[in-house]
Design a protein around this ligand. Structure first.
Ligand SMILES: NC(=O)c1ccc[n+]([C@@H]2O[C@H](COP(=O)([O-])OP(=O)(O)OC[C@H]3O[C@@H](n4cnc5c(N)ncnc54)[C@H](OP(=O)(O)O)[C@@H]3O)[C@@H](O)[C@H]2O)c1
Length: 248
């Protein structure tokens, strides 16, 4: 497995915590070069420093995925510094759940901007390099909520459904360029995601749910590794996983 990771240049959005950070740590420890994007530069820089001290290759680039120019700068930095872009992991996301009748318009806008436009911008920034290389792998992060909707999660679910639809359209379009596409849909995984919920009562009940069922971030990392580790002619398009105890 390490052979399919070693030497790859992997760009990860949302690398400052949770699933993105865990994936960066694992891939870097197994010989990948990781290019890390997120807004919290202090966390990104300290992660890159830690990975480098352990003998890895890592670059931190302050990136707000709602701004196409910043996402382009992140991916361009990977290509300019390391010569290629093998994997684009569009992982940055938010989950500010709330019932629609609370009219949390700002939350809706942020969720759409990060979870949908952020993924699109990642695709836009990586595709030209991958087309030219005639190789690459774009991994988009959806959710169980990209397959189902529940009261309180309509907007989040809509964005995660959109990620799956975009991924399937992308899969069909990039066939001529030998680019692989994977969409990963996790269930509850223990990260900082519930911190993005702005309604205190909703946050409290979601935290209780997570405390009860959530599984470690390594579950996600193993899904990424599985997709990356296939032979070049095998394209794993969808992975959906949940905690064994999760009903939804
Ligand atoms: N954990 C779960 O249970 C679960 C389940 C299904 C799907 N997911 C998905 O997994 C992905 C990662 O989330 P997580 O669980 O690891 O949560 P997390 O620990 O809160 O991480 C979210 C990451 O997204 C980044 N981010 C947020 N807004 C951003 C922006 N405007 N520009 C750049 N980066 C931004 C954050 O970095 P900064 O704040 O530093 O920018 C952070 O690194 C999300 O797409 C989420 O929807 C998670």
């Amino acid at each position: 497995m390490a052979a399919s990771i070693e030497g790859k240049v992997v760009v990860i959005t949302g690398a400052s915590s949770g699933l993105g950070e865990a994936t960066a740590r694992h891939l870097c420890a197994n010989g990948a070069t990781v290019v890390l994007g997120a807004r919290r530069v202090d966390r990104l820089t300290s992660l890159a420093g830690d990975l480098t001290r352990r003998g890895g290759r890592a670059l931190a680039v302050a990136t707000d995925v709602t701004d196409y120019e910043q996402v382009k700068r992140l991916v361009d930095a990977a290509a300019q510094t390391y010569g290629r872009v093998d994997v684009m992991l569009n992982n940055a996301g938010l989950m500010p759940h709330s019932p629609l009748d609370r009219l949390k318009i700002d939350d809706w806008n942020r969720t759409i901007d990060v979870n949908i436009k952020g993924v699109l911008y990642g695709i836009a920034a990586a595709l030209p390099y991958m087309k030219q290389q005639k190789a690459g792998h774009i991994i988009n992060v959806s959710s169980v909520a990209g397959h189902k909707v529940r009261a309180g999660g309509a907007v989040y679910s809509a964005t995660k459904h959109a990620v799956r639809v975009l991924s399937e359209g992308l899969r069909q379009e990039v066939k001529p360029y030998n680019i692989r596409t994977t969409v990963i849909s996790p269930g509850a995984v223990d990260t900082e995601l519930t911190n993005s919920i702005t309604e205190p009562d909703v946050a409290e009940s979601m935290r209780k749910f997570y405390a009860d069922v959530a599984i470690p971030a390594d579950s996600f990392v193993q899904a990424v590794v599985f997709a990356l580790s296939q032979p070049p002619d095998v394209d794993v398009n969808e992975i959906l996983f949940r905690p064994t105890r999760q009903e939804f």
